[in-house]
Design a protein around this ligand. Structure first.
Ligand code: PLP
Length: 393
């Protein structure tokens, strides 16, 4: 018999009833250190007082109005994002998937209106993840995500990760855009080197094609800059955002330059819930916190601590781990033991980590994690690694 919940997830037998900062509390009272943060969603941890206040204040005043009307919190958040980034304009969504949908539509409309309707192809990379809609799975293209769901949305071409020649020869006069995650999340915390991102930008400029960055997972302070592409000193034409921007409230956005967005006139796109007052009130509080003086500096300092500690862990357990990779507080432990064993052992040690492709265990702690919590995280990860090592022996 099919369960009441469609069984598309293999769920751990844990059910949390409360969150406090970097901690999740189980129904039986056990306290788990949360290094997954809802897969980079709870950027400011659980029940951050500022977010709780923003949400409850807005909830007392007004939950929802249609985008037929002005929404002050949406206007404020858009203006903040425009002030802090490359973007001239923003559309709000409720998820990363919806941001992917709009990014694809925006590119197609841009070239349609520019009199180049043959330019419809978007180049993407193996190991990427762009969401679960028909466009999202077609964009990522992996067999795991697409098998059985055909016919797939046409217009995507998948290239090997980090192969510059393959990319160069894939560009032709049908190419509309390149879509890439500066740091692949689901793909196993694979960071695109800054030089590659710069190279991609040059290639786009040479051929008049648009650069779409998917910063759904790596954005909003995760790498120690507001957005990961800032490290490379280049900016995209279109950027997909979600996860951390809402700090736990479903919120996403597409940021774009005026030129990339030029086709998106009144009536060409919309969303019932996108940009609703609750989500945008929380989004403003998240962005104000992350952009406050010194916040990202602290993220970078703590990222250094965490990375150093993880290097020590790898050295201590060479049978379990091979290396540390990633950027900022978006870190991956490449495992020698099965990554799922490490995740499982983490449950035993009351520390939550998340598996990713390439046998990687992801660490995406709240950006607000404290030094003491980082030390505690390491103690618990050490305990988990010892469990895995003992099982293997
Ligand atoms: C999570 C994720 C998405 C999809 O976001 P949803 O909110 O789950 O729809 C898209 N791209 C990347 C890089 C992601 O990590």
């Amino acid at each position: 018999m099919i369960p009441a919940i469609l069984p598309t997830y293999n769920r751990a037998p844990l059910s949390f009833v409360k969150g406090e900062g970097a901690w999740l509390i189980e129904a039986d009272g056990r306290r788990f250190l949360d290094l997954g943060a809802g897969i980079a969603v709870n950027a400011l941890g659980h029940a951050h007082p500022r977010l709780v206040a923003a949400l409850t204040d807005q909830a007392q005043a007004l939950w929802h109005v249609s985008n037929l009307y002005q929404i002050p919190a949406q206007q404020k958040l858009a203006e903040m994002l425009v002030a802090e980034t490359f973007a001239d304009t923003v559309f709000f969504t409720n998820s990363g998937t919806e941001s992917c949908e709009l990014a694809v539509k925006m590119v197609r409309k841009h070239f349609h209106d520019a009199g180049q309707p043959e330019r419809v192809e978007i180049l993407t990379f193996e190991g990427s993840f762009h969401g679960r809609s028909s466009a999202g799975i077609a964009a990522a293209g992996s067999e795991k995500m697409t098998k059985g769901f055909g016919p797939l949305l046409p217009g995507f071409r998948h290239l090997p990760f980090g192969n510059h020649e393959a990319l160069q020869s894939a560009v032709n006069d049908r190419t509309a855009a390149i879509m890439v995650e500066p740091v692949q999340g689901e793909g196993g915390i694979r960071a695109l080197p800054d030089a590659c991102l710069k190279g991609l930008r040059d290639l786009c400029d040479q051929h008049g094609i648009l650069m779409i960055l998917d910063e759904v997972q790596c954005g909003v302070g995760r790498t120690g800059r507001l957005f990961a592409h800032e490290w490379a000193g280049v900016s995209p034409d279109i950027m997909m955002v979600a996860k951390g921007i809402g700090g736990g409230f479903p919120l996403g956005a597409v940021l774009a330059t005026a030129d990339a967005a030029s086709g998106m006139t009144a009536g060409t796109h919309g969303s019932t819930y996108g940009g609703n007052p609750l989500g945008c009130a929380v989004g403003c509080a998240v962005l104000e916190t992350v952009c406050a003086d010194g916040f990202l500096e602290e993220v970078r300092r703590k990222a250094g601590l965490m990375r150093q500690a993880l290097e020590g862990l790898v050295a201590e357990f060479p049978g379990v781990f091979a290396e540390v990779r990633g950027a900022g507080l978006m870190l991956g432990l490449v495992c020698r033991a099965p990554n799922t064993d490490v995740v499982q052992a983490g449950y035993g040690a009351e520390v939550l980590v998340v598996p990713a492709a390439e046998n990687v265990v992801r660490l995406l702690p709240p950006l607000t994690i404290t030094d003491a919590e980082i030390r505690e995280a390491l103690a618990r990860l050490r305990k988990a690694a010892a469990l895995v090592q003992a099982d293997a022996a």
